[in-house]
Design a protein around this ligand. Structure first.
Ligand SMILES: *Cc1c(COP(=O)(O)O)cnc(C)c1O
Length: 364
């Protein structure tokens, strides 16, 4: 059977290995498995969310509130933007998909960082667009600008802090860059880890309201999957000029967010104290990774997120090490596929991290 030619060179995205698969493949008990592969919040979500979601289960027959008023109002307050500046997706992934379909086609170019979130490329290929990458591993805005001038991309993706490396762009430099981009090019700022960056260093914090105020061609993305501890609920959002948002709405399937997810995200927004506490614990625990890297003479990239990237020595193979960890029930992310001899590890709870160090000490 013939399929759409644009699917030919797409590699199916491999999500962090689910615990269920490790149970089946290696016969390890679920409670003995530690998953530090997808940058979820190891402390979960606010207890208030769990309570609110429990109350909803009685009313599952009706379709969700497709106006999403409660969550839109919550986000509008949080970011000091109008609800017309917001769109909610089934994860910010879905918003990326809308963006791609709204703006790009097989004649378009998409500019992304050399090492970055894999879904930009996959969604670009859905519409047959050509992907242009920088050479630098960290976002180098001068290189981005040179490539923008040369290639005239339809969309530029900036992931800050970046996944899977954890580094972040300086806000001032970012705004200078955005001022130089013409209004027909859409710039996507993916802030999936912005809560962590803002906590660690205000110079890396990007306020979506400022972007919307100053730039008609920029969209900011956020998610409830990371700091808010709601990865299982699939809720993300885009913040932009109302004109962009209206176009994206044309691509949104009705009822794309379930009743449970809408409630969970809305209530999560009301408990910022919980999130702040989790973030503080994350950076406390991250110090232990820095010490570990020091001790083992490994490079660790300065991280503005809830994960660390450990760059291994030439005598160590990231694929072998992550497989060996997997067999012991420790799931981390191998970055071989990104061209790096490195592993990405979500900073877990104290116990989870101790287990990681223990296993690594055995392996190295
Ligand atoms: C996790 C992540 C997302 C999206 O996550 P969703 O669960 O789809 O909201 C987007 N961008 C980056 C860089 C991420 O790491």
């Amino acid at each position: 059977m013939n399929f759409n030619a644009t699917l030919k060179d797409i590699q199916t995205y491999e999500a962090g290995k689910p615990i269920e698969l490790v149970v089946r493949e290696f016969g390890i008990k679920p409670e003995e498995i530690v998953k530090l592969a997808s940058n979820e919040n190891p402390y979960g979500c606010s207890p208030k969310v769990q309570e609110a979601v429990g109350n909803i289960v009685a009313n599952m027959a009706l379709y969700p509130d497709d106006s999403m008023t409660k969550l839109l109002d919550g986000l509008s307050q949080k970011f000091a933007v109008q609800t017309e500046n917001l769109i909610i997706g089934s994860g910010s992934d879905q918003v990326i998909e809308f963006i791609m379909h709204a703006k790009a086609n097989k004649a378009s170019k998409i500019l992304i960082n050399s090492v970055t979130f894999a879904m930009y490329e996959i969604y670009a290929k859905h519409v047959g667009a050509e992907v242009i990458r920088t050479v630098s591993q960290e976002h180098d805005l001068e290189e981005f600008y040179a490539l923008y001038k040369k290639e005239n991309p339809e969309i530029i993706f900036l992931c800050t802090p970046n996944n899977p490396t954890g580094d972040a762009i300086d806000t001032l430099a970012l705004f200078d860059f955005l001022h130089k981009i013409d209004k027909d090019t859409l710039v996507v700022i993916d802030g999936a880890y912005m809560e962590y960056a803002g906590f660690k260093d205000v110079a890396k914090k990007i306020a979506p309201a400022k972007l919307v105020e100053q730039f008609e061609n920029v969209i900011y993305l956020g998610t409830f999957s990371k700091a808010y501890g709601l990865g299982g609920m699939r809720v993300g959002y885009g913040v932009a000029n109302a004109t962009i948002i209206q176009e994206l709405y044309k691509l949104r399937p009705p009822f794309n967010i379930t009743t449970l997810s809408l409630e969970a995200a809305s209530v999560a927004l009301e408990d910022e104290a919980f999130v702040e506490k989790c973030i503080a614990s994350c950076f406390d625990e991250m110090k232990r990774y820095e010490e570990f890297a020091n001790e083992k003479k490994l490079d660790i990239i300065n991280s503005y997120t809830n994960f660390v990237t450990l760059v291994l020595n030439v005598s160590q193979n990231s694929q072998e090490i992550s497989n060996a960890l997997l067999k012991k029930g420790m799931i981390v992310r191998d970055l071989k596929g990104y061209g790096m001899n490195a592993i990405r590890v979500t900073v877990g709870t104290k116990e989870q991290n101790s287990r990681f160090f223990e296993l690594m000490n055995e392996l190295l």
